[in-house]
Ligand binder design. Sequence first.
Ligand code: SAH
Length: 518
Amino acid sequence: MTDQAHDHRQSKSPASGKVYLVGAGPGAAELITLRALHVLGRADVVLYDYLVNPRILRYARSGAELISLGQHGATRIWSQHEINEQMVALAQAGKTVVRLKGGDPAVFGRLADELDYLCEHGVAFEVVPGVTAASAMSAYAGIVLTERDAASAVALVTGQLSDQAPHERLDYRALAAFPGTLVFYMGVTTAHRWVPALIAAGKDPKTPAALVRRCSLPNQLVIRCALKEIPDQIRSRRLRPPALVVIGSVVTASDRRSWFEHLPLAGRSVLVTRPEGQAEELLWPLSELGADVLVQPAIRIEPPESWEPVDQAIARIGDFAWIVFSSSNGVQFFLNRLRDLGRDWRALGPCRLAAVGPGTARALAAYGLLCDLQPPRFTADDLARALKHLAMGQRVLLVRASRGRDVLREELAGVAAEVVQVVAYRSLDVERPDAQIARRLAEGRVDWVTVTSSAIARSLATLFGTDLAKAKLASISPITSGVLRQLGFEPAVEATAATMPSLIDAIVRFETTRSSDA
Ligand code: SAH
């Protein structure tokens, strides 16, 4: 550090900004550091590279300006000079800037250029490290970089040979004699040049090697072969960046040591179609199983057009012997309304509570309320059957969605003293799908679509038409399967119980039976 640069940083006025050069990790969003999340949450502006997982951008402060620095073949790529200038201009305007880079900023990330430029302009900075692609590859492909008996060193090597013409820049003799593992970054498009050069310099052409593309992401691909076969493998499989090439005997045992590729849903994409805010229940377990989870809500949930009927029911809530909830949304909208009206749970007094299934019961539990009745199978018909006896001659309040089924009211009508049904929320179709997801589906690049209610089934048919048949459909219940069939779609699997875990089980069972048949 020069004295001059040091002075600049000391003299930074409190009003001036700061630049954080932050590693975003190799791909999987959760591989980012806590420090990185912390600074992202405070940034005014985020300048991000195309390799950064877009999911990470959700952690930026709301209202932060997000600027993409371009993607090869898709949008204009910013030059290094433009990036440098932009960072300095923003910091001088008092902004907190996060410059978010794939992997670790110091590994083939032009970090030195950026630091020097910031120093020259007296801009304060901090560097936040990230998990570099080689580390992620080691973890996610079972290639232990410095396995004790196989490698006493690792070299991270750039395969980008076009820079400043002379590809002699790489000392192939030294690399061929290197006593350890070689990891080539940016070496896919140039492998036909550097692989023969390495062999000519004395590296055994039979040295074990692996190509690892998009490591730590659900579509990670690992190809194991001998060093000399690398260019052919890249050509015949049309392998595109980002990928690493690893060379060394540490690759040998990696198949046995890898876990990510062997997850039951590895390489499978699953579209989750539940409304906003309710996708999590499927998203996390499916990701844990290795699936590439896409989210496209098919319906959206909104308050009822009028609260009048709900308010009237709440005003005489003590009259009801039973309150029956047919969804977790119903629980939330109804109880929140009760609270908004200035009441609390004591208003429910001796009312008994019924829930259609475990999700609804859990929603009640979140409010500290236990449910008195939950049918053995989680359908409205079963709930009606169970209630018929219990609610005989009593007053029953049914809390439901704008377009729920009418089975409960019909079944209880002749039996109960009074049945009041109120709409606590509206379920509306989403009108337009995300263009990228629609394209993937149309191209047959979505393996599964989860169909978790009849309303979702209908909306999906409108959103995607016959393209829906290009994916396998996983249906939550016989009723939903029936609706799908009426619409002309045959579900590939159906959950045994109408719950999210059971739906996931059905998909996993299908996939594992299929792969053991193969
Ligand atoms: N700073 C980054 C590297 C940037 S250079 C890091 O530390 O990882 C870009 C190269 O990194 C790509 O060409 C590829 O070789 C490698 N790379 C980045 N992400 C990768 C991933 N998820 N899987 C495989 N290689 C990756």
